[in-house]
Design a protein around this ligand. Structure first.
Ligand SMILES: [Cu+2]
Length: 411
């Protein structure tokens, strides 16, 4: 299925970049006393003259590169420099984009290393993220969703910084869990200013993660390089409204600089956000209509913490995640990289917070709200209080007076 159409030099040439070889050399030192040093020591030499030979010696993706993680982590932090102008925030549209027209679904991913806030309360940081077909989530740490249908042929063009304005300093790559391809070919590193293209057939439906797989992957995903790829199942019934929410962790380092690798390793994010900015959909809720059927596509992009997606004041009629379907569910549980959708109908006017029900994570910003069109205007919003007790008691408008179940006449 894969039609690999590289637009750049062979992978081996990239593997000879000075930083990479420094990292390999350091790894050699680190592992010097161990048996692994035997297997890797030949890579501490200068770059091989033959790129093809280098490609076979140094896999772009796999356990051997994962071993280099420690070395890379130690060396690269705070290495990048660039514009520190803080990008202007624009609230990402939570409406799920349509599947593009055309027989082949084409997506051009571009990379930017840009300084932005991901929370009103925290300093700005340099986030690494993707744009999709020219659309970027400005002033947030998020990346836009990609939407195709089951059985579609998908063409990905990964451009690592199409212009100087993208401020790209590092090799990056693009790995989508929706594809069945050779990762050594499709997901290999792309140097700044270069591009790579591949195709696959999206055989499996689901909500898949895409992300940068360049080692150390934790650092690249923790810096922001992840997003949602929806492959809609065949014969999926139409609903009134489709939304997308990607939960993602952010690890703030020194102000306006790259994310903190130490915090990533410790799994201690400063911010956990839906669609790249903490509490944005709580402060300005997502408008829905009472009685309409809403489908919310959710991805947990991690990189390291689980998500327990719950809508306060509602029960999911249907949950579909990772190939399984359930009904009558209160929460959709998603490990890092997992995704799915929930369907619900809000029968009464109101503001319905959605959260990860891991409350220690929710208070870091993983809260938003659906608000029916005619609901009262949102209250002036202080940052949400930690909900250590009964969450419903803490919510405005939770009590609509329907304690006996007779319900409907209230509105
Ligand atoms: Cu990357």
């Amino acid at each position: 299925m894969l039609e690999d159409d590289p637009q750049r030099e062979p992978a081996g040439a990239r593997a000879s970049s000075p930083r990479r070889w420094q990292a390999i050399a350091l790894l050699g030192v680190v592992l010097g006393a161990g048996g692994l040093a035997v297997g890797l020591s030949d890579r501490t030499d200068a770059a091989p003259a033959d790129p093809a030979a280098a490609a076979t010696q140094v896999p772009d993706y796999g356990p051997e590169r994962a071993l280099m993680e420690g070395a890379d982590l130690a060396m690269d932090e705070h290495e990048a420099t660039g514009s520190t102008r803080v990008e202007r925030y624009r609230r990402p549209d939570p409406a799920l984009p349509a599947i593009p027209a055309g027989k082949v679904k084409r997506f051009r991913l571009d990379v930017a290393e840009h300084v932005t806030r991901v929370s009103d309360e925290k300093p700005a940081l340099r986030v690494w993220s993707y744009s999709v077909n020219g659309r970027r989530l400005s002033g947030t740490g998020g990346s836009p969703p990609i939407v195709v249908g089951q059985g579609d042929t998908v063409e990905i063009e990964m451009v690592n910084g199409s212009s100087k304005a993208m401020q790209v300093h590092f090799p990056h790559s693009f790995d989508t869990h929706a594809a069945e391809v050779s990762p050594q070919r499709a997901y290999r590193d792309v140097d700044p200013g270069k591009a790579l293209r591949f195709r696959f057939v999206a055989k499996h439906p689901g909500v898949f993660m895409y992300h940068c797989g360049t080692m150390p992957a934790l650092r690249h995903v923790g810096a922001g390089m992840a997003g949602m790829m929806v492959v809609k199942p065949r014969r999926l019934p139409k609903v009134d409204r489709e939304l997308w929410l990607t939960q993602q962790e952010f690890y703030i380092g020194r102000p306006k600089e790259d994310a903190s690798v130490e915090k990533m390793v410790a799994k201690a994010p400063d911010v956990i956000a839906f669609n790249g900015y903490a509490t944005q959909y709580y402060k300005k809720p997502i408008a829905v209509r009472r009685g309409e059927r809403v489908r919310i596509w959710v991805l947990n992009a991690g990189p390291s913490l689980p998500s327990y997606f719950h809508v306060i004041g509602s029960v999911f009629d249907r949950v579909w995640s990772e190939g399984d379907e359930r009904r009558h569910a209160q929460t959709m549980n998603l490990g890092p990289s997992e995704g799915g959708f929930v369907e619900l109908t809000l029968d009464r006017e109101g503001k319905y917070p959605f959260v990860t029900h891991a409350f220690g994570d929710m208070v870091r910003g993983a809260i938003g709200a659906l608000e029916t069109t005619n609901a009262p205007a949102p209250e002036p919003t202080p940052a949400p209080e930690p909900m250590t007790g009964d969450e419903h008691a803490a919510m405005p408008e939770a009590d609509q007076g329907h304690t006996t179940g007779e319900g409907a006449g209230h509105e």
